[in-house]
Design a protein around this ligand. Structure first.
Ligand code: GLY
Ligand code: MN
Length: 447
């Protein structure tokens, strides 16, 4: 200890603290994802770049790692690059090569580190151990490594090419630097990654559970607080405090607390009104825990009692939610809007065959969004919506009816996991969802 400089002790402390802040899965989990991806590329090489601190969102919460990059590395550091190449047999122009993976780290920008903290550098003696990569190298060497690794004269490279991707600029530079062979085919890595990301491993489920448990606690706090005269912003702030206190680093999406007319506005996030007697309040709020999202909505009456009309619509939405759960069959049901296995259709049929609007019309036209979406590193996570829901999937079921003419919006949203046995597990099921349960939970607020 005596031989270490104050700066290096401080650096160790900061690294130890930040390591405790985000729960990272074991290195072997991220490596398993990299090898699984390399098995899907038909011999192609994956090249991906993490955003830099200037590119990664955002002004409010600081840098956040890009989802695919995090999925493959478990690293929150900006500016990294990744290469994964499957074993190659010998060919006329290239010798045989084993499976290869390299994490490239940029050199330090010491003045930037004064603003946003120390970074892992390629010179760190424990960089391999910390990242779990077979090899780590200086980002500057990437061009020469590509020339060495990519087969000649033909190579296929899986990456993200869209203009908004962090990989687009660096790939352009690598092309100029003649890093690629004459005949290089670029393909989109996203569909391959989506097919992997849709099946969550045990470590991911544990993190989604933590995000969800913290968000459920936030909803319980809101149930105890909503009453006429309280502002939407106070409820939003309270919920963010409650899930933050339980370890969430940020909201998983812009919190929505909408009362009265604003209960009918799907992504209302101004949260600027005062809750009034007779309003319904839609609260679509959840946190992100160690990079994994939750997504929960409850709808409650401002004064703790649903009116007869609010109760009628509430029970139709709950009935649609429960009908979709009942209809679920692992390996068959989908989140698609059409098709014989569509859970959306089940919910839509339920809504259309129960209740009417003020003009005697069926209510289906007021269910104006999809039934659900995958949840994971992103609140609207990667995955094919038309594909059957398989074990490992995590997704929302969130029917809603929004009637602006009646200032009446209801959404009920829970997060579900399909376990190894194909059973549907409601991860947010600890939260009240029947009208009775909600009124009971809110009874103390009226005193
Ligand atoms: N909870 C926000 C959304 O699903 O769009
Ligand atoms: Mn949602």
């Amino acid at each position: 200890m005596r031989n270490r400089s104050f700066a290096s002790v401080l650096l160790l402390l900061i690294v130890a603290i930040s390591a405790a802040a985000t729960e990272r899965q074991p290195n072997s989990d991220y490596r398993a994802r990299r090898t699984a991806l390399s098995e899907k590329t038909n011999g192609g090489t994956v090249i991906l770049f993490a955003p830099t601190e200037a590119e990664g969102p955002n002004d409010l919460y600081g840098f956040r790692q890009e989802d695919n990059f995090y999925y493959l590395t478990g690293s929150k550091e900006p500016g990294l690059a990744l290469l994964i190449s499957p074993a190659q047999p010998a060919s006329a122009n290239s010798p045989a090569r084993p499976y290869t993976e390299i994490l490239f780290l940029p050199g330090h920008n010491l003045s930037q580190e004064k603003w946003t903290g120390p970074k892992l550098g390629p010179e760190s003696p424990d960089a391999k151990e910390r990242t779990g990569f077979d090899r780590v190298a200086k980002l500057d060497t990437m061009r020469d490594e590509l020339v060495r690794i990519l087969p000649q004269p033909r190579a296929s490279v899986y990456t993200e090419q869209g203009k908004s991707s962090a990989s687009a600029g660096p790939l352009e530079w690598l092309s100029r630097a003649n890093a690629f062979p004459n005949y290089v085919g670029f393909a989109d890595v996203n569909p391959l990654l989506a097919s992997l990301r849709v099946k969550k491993d045990a470590g991911e489920i544990a993190l989604i559970r933590k995000a969800t448990d913290a968000s459920v606690a936030a909803h319980f706090a809101a149930l105890r607080t909503v009453k006429p005269g309280v502002t939407e912003r106070e409820i939003s702030a309270l919920m963010q405090y409650e899930f933050g206190k339980r370890g969430c680093e940020r909201p998983a999406y812009a919190p929505i607390v909408g009362s009265g007319f604003y209960s009918t506005v799907l992504h209302y996030s101004e949260d600027e009104n005062t809750i009034k007697h007779g309003d319904l309040v839609v609260m679509d709020v959840a946190g992100e825990y160690s990079m994994y999202a939750s997504d929960i909505t409850r709808t409650v009456p401002a004064n703790g009692h649903f009116t007869a009309r609010q109760l009628e619509i509430y029970n139709i939405v709950l009935g649609a939610h429960d009908a979709a759960i009942k209809a679920f069959k692992a390996g068959a049901s989908t989140l698609s809007r059409s098709g014989s296995n569509s859970l959306y259709q089940v919910a839509m049929d339920y809504i259309n065959t129960h209740g009417k609007d003020l003009h005697g019309e069926p209510l289906g036209k007021y269910f104006i969004h999809g039934l659900g979406h995958y949840v994971g590193l992103n609140v609207h996570d990667a995955g094919e919506v038309n594909a059957p829901l398989q074990p490992g999937a995590v997704f929302t079921i969130e029917p809603g009816i929004y009637i602006p003419e009646e200032n009446l919006g209801v959404r009920i949203e829970d997060d579900f996991w399909v376990n190894e046995r194909g059973e549907l597990i409601n991860l947010s099921g600890a939260l009240p969802s029947t009208a009775d349960e909600i009124e009971k939970a809110m009874a103390p607020n009226q005193k």
